[in-house]
Write a protein that binds this ligand. Structure first.
Ligand code: SF4
Ligand code: SF4
Length: 206
């Protein structure tokens, strides 16, 4: 959302034995590469920083809202306060000062970790191995190997999940806007072609 850049979910799921299972997740902008929000922005308000993150420049944003439906994860949002797009910047100001993002700094359990994407993925993979050894159905969401990237090349944030993505309100197969609009475009093209043929036939009959 425009005002809440990190969403912490606390999910209760019924267990087979009649008890309840607790699942937690902390969701955030994935700083995708390519980023659909950035690609559709007509003003250049969204840009990719020197850290590979995606940031909105509020002084350039005109509030057109095109980025909002483009995001496969429902992250970027238009503020009701200033009418402009807002989302997590991965603490661009802190990164510029050589500091880690505030969420990673503040997390007392180190559940949120910051670093090089390749290193983090290796760490996540080891953590998944540990969890699986304990009998949990753990996997990493947001890598090419394990799913969650859809048509997006790379996500800058990955998540260790213990249930299907939809449990955490994450799409099973996120897609770029052009993939979502292509079927509709093709349907219109086919309908237009059929209409042309029908018109030609009717003209010939006349
Ligand atoms: S998650 Fe959405 S808002 Fe964040 S970079 Fe990707 S497309 Fe943009
Ligand atoms: S709302 Fe702002 S950031 Fe989003 S597409 Fe329009 S100008 Fe770009």
């Amino acid at each position: 959302g425009a005002d809440t850049w990190r969403h912490v979910a606390f999910i209760e799921k019924p267990r087979g034995d009649g008890g309840l299972r607790w699942l937690m997740s902390s969701d955030v902008c994935k700083h995708c590469a390519p980023a659909a929000c950035l690609d559709v922005c007509p003003t250049g308000a969204l840009f990719r920083t020197e850290f590979g993150t995606v940031v909105v420049q509020e002084d350039i944003c005109n509030g057109c809202g095109m980025c909002q439906p483009a995001c496969p994860f429902g992250v970027i949002d238009i503020s009701m306060t200033d009418g402009k797009a807002h989302k997590c910047t991965l603490c661009y100001d802190r990164l510029t000062d050589g500091l880690e993002p505030a969420c990673a700094k503040a997390c007392p359990t180190d559940s949120i970790q910051f670093g090089n994407v390749a290193d983090l993925r290796e760490r996540a993979s080891k953590r998944v191995d540990d969890l699986q050894a304990k009998g949990l159905d753990a996997y990493v969401y947001g890598t090419e190997e394990t799913g969650g990237t859809g048509g997006i090349g790379q996500l800058g944030a990955s998540f260790i999940l213990l249930n299907e993505p939809s449990t955490y309100n994450l799409p099973e197969a996120p897609s770029l806007p052009q993939e979502r609009t292509l079927p509709g475009f093709l349907a219109v093209a086919v309908a237009a072609a059929a209409l042309s043929v029908a018109t030609v036939l009717s003209l010939r009959r006349d």
